[in-house]
Write a protein that binds this ligand. Structure first.
Ligand SMILES: Nc1ncnc2c1ncn2[C@@H]1O[C@H](COP(=O)(O)OP(=O)(O)OP(=O)(O)O)[C@@H](O)[C@H]1O
Ligand SMILES: [Mg+2]
Length: 403
């Protein structure tokens, strides 16, 4: 029997696997090969170059190298891809005289700055993070003179860490929306490039774009992959160079970073190079926990705000959703809405979302972050980094009481 494989579906599934296990070189390599097969060579290169960073045995190294060679064999196609033409860091500053500042990373499709479309009011819970952001960013922007008197400037440089789907990206976007700043986001696959100097060039181009777009929020997703601990792998010069480049860019040594608020996010902060967490860089590391009861109720209420609803007790549903991510809570609401819509569409009349829809959807959800929590616990047990793990350990105590 012939099995027909739909590449798009395979890619969706592989992307989900990469999101769940960002360090799995084999899955990344498969994703890169599939992307290459459908002609998305720029991203394929990125994924394979990230995969290289995570390879941990010679057989895997050979497999990834072979996959990279396959793409290199189609050089003419690669030359059409937006990021493959990047030169060494700094080359993008050679603008023709009299032209307005170019935006190299946007031109190359690496990063796009645009409206955030959400605000902190849309983010449920995360009170501590909101308070920290208020002090570091929002107040100095609202009251610049007072801040100046005390030598304070609005600062980014925050690293958010926590389980998948719990609001790190959403929060960064919402922060930009609240401050009325444009938002741009990059992740490892946007940066890594197999050509010598290509990855550093991409990173430099992204920061140059951010400086052009300032005031803006530049969100660096998968900071652990881009800023991977330099001693952790002896294999990859690319990695070392990218970390060094990131340090240079964060320090603003070559160009001022005024108005560029950098936020990082990671599921694996223990893999991040310690130099990135020094003052002036990501100098605060903040744990973004799974949503508590109130936040879960808030996420449900937010997701149901724009559809017809009956008498709902979202707190009752939220109580049943302990131990799941914010994304999963939003998915419960989405599933309930879909069920009501299906009834409405087959009955030819509006059907409110009812408790029974939510209860059915809640029955089908299950904890999705247990595996991550177990990994984080092992990392916490073997670390004496109280700034990083203290809030995680406190959260665990509270969560155990809630369960
Ligand atoms: N605190 C929250 N308030 C409102 N919605 C939330 C919250 N947390 C998560 N969500 C919902 O879950 C979705 C996924 O969250 P997000 O992408 O920010 O997770 P993440 O922490 O960045 O995950 P990952 O580590 O996998 O990148 C959001 O788009 C939003 O719909
Ligand atoms: Mg994210």
């Amino acid at each position: 029997m012939n099995v027909i494989v739909n590449p798009s579906e395979v890619i969706v599934s592989l992307r989900a696997q990469v999101a769940a296990s960002p360090h799995d070189a084999v899955v990344r390599c498969q994703l890169g090969q599939m992307l290459n097969a459908i002609g998305q060579r720029a991203e394929a290169l990125g994924q394979l170059s990230v995969a290289i960073a995570f390879v941990n045995d010679p057989v895997q190294a050979d497999a990834v190298a072979m996959a990279l060679r396959e793409i290199a064999d189609s050089v003419s196609a690669i030359q059409d891809s937006p990021i493959s033409t990047i030169g060494t860091p700094g080359s993008e500053s050679d603008e023709p005289d009299g032209n307005p500042p170019q935006d190299p990373a946007v031109e190359r499709g690496i990063v796009e700055f645009g409206d955030a479309n959400v605000t902190l009011a849309d983010v449920a819970g995360l009170a501590q993070l909101k308070q920290l952001i208020d002090i570091r960013l929002l107040r100095p922007m609202r009251e610049p003179d007072l801040a100046k008197t005390y030598g304070r400037t609005a600062r980014g440089g925050l690293l958010m860490w926590g389980p998948p789907g719990c609001g790190k990206t959403y929060f960064a976007r919402a922060l930009a929306g609240t401050m009325g700043l444009s938002f741009g986001s990059i992740s490892a696959a946007d940066i890594f490039n197999m050509w010598v100097g290509g990855s550093e060039g991409n990173l430099a181009a992204v920061f140059n774009s951010a400086r052009v777009a300032a005031p803006c929020v530049l969100f660096i997703d998968e900071t652990d992959a881009i800023g991977r601990r330099r001693s952790a792998t002896s294999v990859h010069l690319i990695n070392r160079n990218v970390v060094s480049q990131l340090l240079v860019e964060l320090d603003g040594a070559r160009s001022s970073n005024d108005g560029v608020f950098v936020l990082g996010a990671t599921n694996a902060p223990w893999d991040i190079d310690p130099a990135l967490r020094r003052p002036g860089r990501f100098d605060r590391t903040v744990f973004v926990p799974p949503p508590d009861l109130e936040a879960r109720a808030g996420i449900l209420a937010g997701a149901l705000a724009s559809v017809p609803i009956g008498q709902l007790d979202v707190v009752k549903i939220a109580k049943r959703l302990s131990g799941i991510s914010g994304a999963d809570v939003a998915f419960v609401a989405r599933t309930a809405i879909d069920a009501a819509y299906e009834e409405a569409s087959s009955g030819g009349r509006t059907v409110d979302v009812q408790m029974r829809h939510l209860e059915d959807a809640a029955d089908r959800s299950h904890p999705s972050i247990d595996e991550w929590l177990a990994i984080a616990q092992i990392a916490a047990d073997s670390s004496d980094d109280a700034e990083m793990f203290g809030p995680f350990i406190s959260w665990q105590k509270l969560a155990r009481r809630e369960r």
